[in-house]
Design a protein around this ligand. Structure first.
Ligand code: GRF
Length: 198
């Protein structure tokens, strides 16, 4: 019966996959009672090696117009939640509609500010610093067709230090992202009453 199955995750990445690693570690330690079914990248990504090292099926998809459709084909019926953890391709509106409430994204700023097309990686941190913000942070939110516009699930703020650089801010934010992402998934699982086997 469905109730006895583990909560199944797919993690989509484009880069080093430190958040994927945080999820792998959280599953391993029992902190997150879920199963990572697969990791998918849209380019050559170091994170795929992390998945392979953990024995998680992982593969790279071509970055073309069909990518959303291909992801759907791979994952439909196989996972309960898709986690975008540093995934840079934009999923189609059709995909977002089919998967509504089942895709979450991690963004390195306090949405709704500093989000949308073009706000990724260090560009986000540069803009935050240039605007003289005192705070930034990280956000986990649902994915909808409007880029970075979906409902916020969890957010964590931090204060900028004097002389903060995009690099130092990125490092600080990455440290808070890992527990934030794990906590957001735990929260969703609890809301859905996911019952998990060990
Ligand atoms: C994270 O900072 C996340 O906020 C952003 O992409 C980065 C991914 O880092 N969306 P990693 O690949 O998980 O190390």
């Amino acid at each position: 019966m469905r109730d006895e199955q583990p909560f199944r995750l797919a993690v989509l990445i484009s880069g080093r996959g430190s958040n994927l690693q945080a999820l792998i570690d959280a599953v391993r330690s029992g902190q997150l009672r879920a199963r990572i079914e697969c990791a998918i990248a849209d380019r050559k990504a170091y994170g795929l090696q992390r998945a392979a090292a953990a024995g998680i099926p992982s593969f790279q998809l071509k970055r073309d117009e069909q990518i959303s459709e291909n992801i759907h084909r791979w994952l439909a019926g196989r996972v309960d939640l898709i986690v975008l953890a540093g995934f840079l391709s934009i999923l189609s509106a059709e995909f977002c509609k089919k998967w509504v409430g089942k895709v979450i994204n991690l963004h390195p700023a306090l949405l709704p500010q500093y989000g949308g097309k073009g706000f990724y990686g260090k560009r986000v941190h540069r803009a935050v610093i240039e605007n003289g913000e005192k705070e930034s942070g990280a956000t986990v939110h649902y994915v909808t067709a409007g880029v970075d516009k979906g409902e916020i699930i969890a957010q964590q703020r931090l204060r900028l230090s004097p002389g903060e650089s995009p690099d130092s801010l990125q490092q600080k934010i990455q440290r808070i992202e890992h527990p934030l992402l794990v906590g957001a998934i735990q929260k969703l699982m609890a809301e859905r009453g996911a019952r998990i086997v060990g």
